[in-house]
Write a protein that binds this ligand. Structure first.
Ligand SMILES: C[C@](O)(CO)[C@H](O)COP(=O)(O)OP(=O)(O)OC[C@H]1O[C@@H](n2ccc(N)nc2=O)[C@H](O)[C@@H]1O
Ligand SMILES: Nc1ncnc2c1ncn2[C@@H]1O[C@H](COP(=O)(O)OP(=O)(O)OP(=O)(O)O)[C@@H](O)[C@H]1O
Length: 296
């Protein structure tokens, strides 16, 4: 996906009527290298954006209310990441404007694709622009971190090698690639996987992003063996996709992916997907399409 050279021109193209994408991320690898005193885990992970995700739209409200037009089943309004992001932005800026948020949900919840985090980041980017607040990217990233460890990368807007809990981001260039993503029919609570006693928490750290030469099979996902133990159905999905490529879980699961060098190679796998197994093809992106909505 190519972006216009002039960020101001690009920003000008986003209006109240626009559809704002909230893309998925894949964790191409995910190493747990330690644990902080507050229980959060120190990670090293490689984030890649893919061209599959939720779509958000915004309409101004005159009564100053923040309103989610179609609440997500099972998510109370006070926990919804879109509303929490909008409220946070108003609290820190003093803005009193109201908005209706429309979310077209495509990403599974508890899928490891960062759906809720991506929605929150898109709300921050879009309302920062539409409400003319113009908080800079670093400030948005700090706000995003208070909503979840996965939020900052979507505001950063480039594929990234991440450290800390996911907030220390180093932009990284990745080659073109296509992904087959399988959606096992389960939702995995991230906290349950991180709190498992058997989780390996001492993978030796990679010294720097310069030591990463990404190709499928590099590193591993330390959360995967724990998730497979708790949710054995994942093993079936991993085994099936492994016939075609290096299959791996993203984030804390449940989705499983494999990378392919061409669209055709990925499509050939989708073409033989067994009945009852849900999966789709996505292209790896070089940058998030909303990246130029925030200033550096
Ligand atoms: C697994 C990843 O998706 C990889 O990108 C992220 O680390 C998870 O990010 P997230 O879903 O935004 O996670 P948060 O909402 O911040 O945290 C959910 C729970 O996961 C655990 N958690 C999360 C991130 C992290 N680095 N260490 C943790 O131990 C904590 O128990 C936390 O209460
Ligand atoms: N807008 C939202 N979209 C999805 N989930 C939300 C949203 N707001 C709150 N949540 C809550 O967040 C939980 C995690 O959902 P999410 O889709 O982000 O999972 P995930 O992809 O596994 O996350 P991650 O990869 O960041 O760990 C959901 O089960 C739900 O309770």
């Amino acid at each position: 996906m190519s972006l216009p050279a002039d960020p101001a021109a690009h920003r000008a193209g986003w209006h109240w009527d626009s559809v704002y994408p909230a893309l998925a991320k894949l964790n191409l690898f995910l190493h747990v290298v330690g644990r902080r005193n507050d229980g959060y885990h120190l990670l090293q992970t490689l984030f890649r954006f893919i061209d599959h995700g939720d779509s958000l739209r915004f309409s101004p409200r005159r009564d100053g209310k923040l309103h989610l037009v179609k609440p997500l089943p099972g998510v109370p309004p006070e926990a919804d990441l879109c509303l929490r992001a909008a409220r946070l932005l108003r609290d820190v800026s003093g803005c009193r404007k109201g908005v209706d948020i429309h979310v077209e949900k495509r990403l599974p919840m508890g899928g490891g694709l960062g759906g809720g985090s991506s929605d929150a980041a898109t709300v921050l980017l879009a309302l920062n622009h539409l409400w003319r607040l113009y908080l800079p990217r670093q400030r948005l990233q700090a706000l995003g971190l208070s909503l979840g460890a996965d939020v900052p990368v979507f505001l950063f807007g480039r594929n990234a090698f991440a450290e800390g809990v996911g907030e220390i981001l180093h932009g990284i260039d990745l080659p073109p690639a296509w992904y087959v993503v399988l959606e096992p029919p389960i939702s995995i609570p991230t906290a349950d996987i991180f709190s498992a006693p058997e989780l390996r928490r001492n993978t030796p750290p990679i010294p720097s992003s310069r030591n990463i030469s990404w190709s499928p099979g590099f590193g591993r996902n330390d959360l995967e063996p724990v998730a497979v133990r708790h949710f054995p159905v994942l093993a079936e999905y991993l085994a099936w996709l492994s016939h075609f490529g290096a299959a791996r879980m993203t984030g804390s699961g449940a989705c499983i992916f494999a990378e392919f060098p061409t669209h055709e190679a990925a499509q050939a796998v989708i073409d033989v997907l067994p009945t009852g197994m849900r999966g789709w093809l996505a292209e790896g992106l070089t940058a998030h399409p909303l990246r130029t909505l925030a200033t550096d």
